[in-house]
Design a protein around this ligand. Structure first.
Ligand code: 13P
Ligand code: SF4
Length: 303
């Protein structure tokens, strides 16, 4: 605790010196969420990165998030606590594979989940996050959509559109692990609880939910709901904001495996170090960033 106090003090000083802001995803460790200027889901944090006046963005999340921030704020320096914090789902799609699929479906619009590399975004018409996926799909004019990389989110979105969606076979290891049996067991144990779930979970699990949404949407829903008890089907870091907003409510995570190991790679020590050394810094080659930016900016314009 004493060490954390000192680290937090040091981070606050360095932040001032560097004119930096700290953005933290809801899946980060509590100690990081505590020091963040903004906590949020992927969409909110991308918006904050695009809007900030700070000179430096410390992005506490996984690599694609820092990269998206850099693409949206090319004149800022974007640093991350640990370069090795990647997203296995983002790594399930590469440029060659996507180009081959585009060649097969030349009239399709490519809609890409923000959980993807800059190179893949550069091959994309419009990006989306879990909070705006339905709106983004409905904004697309063509009847055919290539959807990468999350098949589970794709299944969820397909219910809201007649367009033909060609789904990439990607998934989030953490959310995809949650099974119908896990949820049914929890429901039996907590019969008065509502089940809230992230659309990265399997379709049959999503079907059991009282509410489906991004991490921010789940947090907002639980805060406003009259219900006092929830079974939560998303990453356990979300508990920080859920409990902060609703100290009188009870949150049971659906399993103890709802942990994204990559999100947990970051800690206070690494945040302090990256602010000290300004490393690792995100760099995206301009010819890729310029094309990727179009797909992200189109997403930000969808109302
Ligand atoms: P959101 O931030 O859109 O809720 O997505 C969750 C996620 O898995 C981020 O990696
Ligand atoms: Fe990727 Fe899933 Fe981790 Fe999000 S929770 S960073 S989608 S592996």
């Amino acid at each position: 605790a004493e060490q954390n106090r000192e680290l937090k003090q040091r981070i606050a000083e360095l932040k001032k010196e560097r004119n930096a802001i700290i953005l933290a995803h809801y899946y980060q460790r509590d100690e990081i969420q505590e020091i963040a200027d903004f906590r949020g889901d992927s969409f909110l944090l991308a918006q904050k990165a695009a809007e900030t006046d700070a000179d430096v963005i410390v992005f506490c999340g996984v690599h694609f998030m820092g990269e998206s921030a850099k693409i949206l704020a090319p004149n800022k320096r974007v640093i991350i606590p640990d370069e090795r914090a990647g997203c296995p789902m983002a790594d399930m799609v590469n440029v060659e594979g996507l180009r081959a699929l585009k060649a097969k479906h030349p009239n399709a619009t490519v809609v890409t989940y923000i959980n993807s590399s800059a190179e893949v975004k550069a091959e994309t018409d419009i990006c989306c996050t879990s909070s705006n996926a339905v709106k983004v799909i409905q904004s697309v004019e063509s009847d055919e959509i290539i959807w990468v990389p999350d098949k589970n989110l794709g299944h969820y979105v397909q219910q809201f559109t007649d367009k033909k969606m060609i789904l990439w076979e990607g998934y989030c290891n953490t959310h995809d692990m949650l099974t119908v049996k896990d949820v049914m067991d929890m429901k039996a144990q907590y019969p008065n609880a509502q089940f809230v779930v992230h659309p990265e979970c399997r379709p049959e699990v999503v079907k059991l939910a009282d509410f489906v949404g991004s991490t921010t949407a789940i947090i907002e829903y639980c805060k406003k709901s009259d219900c006092k008890e929830f079974i939560v089907g998303t990453e356990d870091g979300t508990g920080y904001q859920l409990r902060k907003d609703s100290p009188d409510k009870t949150f049971h995570f659906a399993t103890k495996f709802l942990v994204c190991p990559n999100m947990k790679v970051n800690n206070l020590k690494k945040v302090a170090k990256c602010l000290e050394t300004m490393k690792p810094e995100i760099y995206v080659p301009p010819h890729i960033a310029d094309r990727a930016r179009l797909s992200l900016e189109r997403m930000l314009q969808v109302k």
